[in-house]
Write a protein that binds this ligand. Structure first.
Ligand code: G3I
Length: 324
C-alpha cells in the first residue's frame, strides 16, 4: 500500500498496535489484508461476550471466536480476550432465569472455566471484568454484583472472585480490569487505582488495567494529555501493565482540519507509549471508518479510526508513523 505498516514500525518498542473486529469481515480480502499487515494484536469486538458465546444454558457458540483466533494464529498476531464479566450483553437466560446467588455463582464460574479454558493456550490477556465503576467511583449495579449477584457482594468481592476463577482457567493469561472514562486522573480512575492496590495486596491475580479511550478531540488539551500520562505512570508504579484497549477519536466531520487534529492526538498517544514501557498496547476499536460503533451511537460524529472507509490510511497513520 506504499506506506510502512504500523505493526512493523512498533517492533523496536515495548508496545504493539491492535484492533477489535467482527468475524464476518474476515471474508473481505482487502479488510483481511490491511488487518494482518498493520496489526499484531487482535480482539473480538463482540464474539466473546456472554450473550454471543453462551446463548443458552447448555449451549456455547464458539464459531466466530474460533475463526478470529485462527486468523490471528495464521498471521502471527497475539489475541486479547474480551470480556468475561460485564453488565451488558449478558444472555437473556441468565437475566430471566430467576437464579439465586449460589446458582449465579455456578453459572459465572462455569462460564469463565469454559470460555477462558478453551482459549488458555491462545489468549495472552483477558478483560476479566469490564466497566464495574460509575463515573463517581462507586461500584456499578450489575446482575453479577447486585443481590442475588454471585454472592460476594461486599465491595469488590465479586471482582476478586472473577479474577481468581480466570486465573484458574487460564493460568498463563494476563488478567486485566478494563473501563472507559478512566484515562485521566479522576474519581473513576482513583477508584480503579484503589481497587488495583487492594487486589495486589490481597494476592488477587491482576496483571494490568485497560484504558478504553473512546476519546473526543478535546483530549488534545495539554492538561488532559498530562493527566493521562500521570495516570498511566501511577498504574505502572504498581507494577501493572497498561493497555489502551478501545481507542477511537470521534470527530464532527471528515474535513482536512478535523483529520489533522485527530492525527496529532493519535500521534501524542504513540509518543506516550514510546516513553512509557509499561504501556504495552495501542488497540483501536475497529480500524476502518467503514465499520465503527461511533456513528450509530454518537449521532452526528464519526471518522473516528485511522483508516478511511476504503481502508486507506488517513493522516493519523502517517502522523503515528512519523513518531516511530
Ligand atoms: O448482530 C446483531 C444483528 O443481528 C441484529 O439485527 C442487530 C439489531 O439490534 O443487532 C446486532 O448486534 C449489535 C452488535 O453491536 C453488532 O453490531 C447489538 O445490537 C449492539 O448492541 C452491539 O453493540 C456493541 C456494544 O458494545 C454493545 O454494548 C458494539 O458493536 C460494540 O462495539 C460495543 O463495544 C463496547 C465494548 O465491548 C466495551 N466498551 C464500550 C464499547 C462501545 O460501546
Amino acid at each position: 500500500m506504499g506506506i510502512a505498516a504500523l505493526r512493523e514500525a512498533a517492533k523496536p518498542y515495548a508496545f504493539d498496535f491492535g484492533t477489535a473486529i467482527e468475524a464476518p469481515f474476515l471474508a473481505n480480502a482487502k479488510f483481511a489484508e490491511v488487518l494482518s499487515s498493520q496489526f499484531s494484536v487482535l480482539e473480538a469486538e463482540n464474539s466473546m461476550k456472554f450473550e454471543r458465546i453462551h446463548p443458552s444454558k447448555d449451549v456455547y457458540d464458539f464459531e466466530d471466536a474460533d475463526a478470529l483466533v485462527a486468523f490471528a494464529k495464521q498471521h502471527n498476531m497475539r489475541f486479547r480476550g474480551h470480556t468475561l464479566v460485564w453488565h451488558s450483553q449478558i444472555a437473556k437466560w441468565v437475566l430471566e432465569g430467576g437464579y439465586n446467588a449460589v446458582q449465579m455463582r455456578q453459572i459465572l464460574d462455569e462460564h469463565i472455566r469454559k470460555v477462558a479454558g478453551r482459549y488458555a493456550a491462545d489468549i495472552y490477556a483477558w478483560d476479566v471484568v469490564n466497566e464495574a465503576f460509575e463515573e463517581d467511583g462507586s461500584l456499578r449495579h450489575t446482575p453479577w454484583f447486585d443481590q442475588p449477584g454471585i454472592g460476594f457482594s461486599q465491595g469488590t468481592g465479586y471482582i476478586k472472585q472473577a479474577f481468581r476463577w480466570a486465573n484458574a482457567a487460564a493460568p498463563n493469561a494476563k488478567l486485566f480490569y478494563n473501563d472507559y472514562n478512566n484515562e485521566t486522573l479522576c474519581p473513576k480512575s482513583d477508584a480503579m487505582y484503589a481497587m488495583a492496590r487492594d487486589l495486589l495486596e490481597n494476592g488477587v491475580p491482576i496483571d494490568g488495567v485497560g484504558l478504553q479511550m473512546h476519546l473526543l478531540p478535546d483530549a488534545d488539551a495539554p492538561e488532559t494529555l498530562k493527566s493521562i500520562y500521570d495516570n498511566i505512570v501511577r498504574f505502572a508504579r504498581l507494577g501493572l501493565d497498561i493497555e489502551i484497549t478501545e481507542l477511537d477519536i470521534r470527530m464532527p466531520d471528515g474535513s482536512p482540519e478535523s483529520l489533522d487534529r485527530q492525527a496529532k492526538l493519535y500521534a501524542e498517544l504513540v509518543r506516550m507509549a514510546k516513553d512509557l514501557p509499561a504501556l504495552k498496547l495501542i488497540q483501536f476499536w475497529g480500524f476502518t471508518d467503514a465499520h465503527s460503533w461511533i456513528p450509530g451511537f454518537f449521532k452526528g460524529t464519526g471518522w473516528a479510526l485511522p483508516f478511511d472507509e476504503n481502508y486507506l490510511p488517513k493522516p493519523a497513520v502517517e502522523a503515528m508513523l512519523a513518531v516511530l
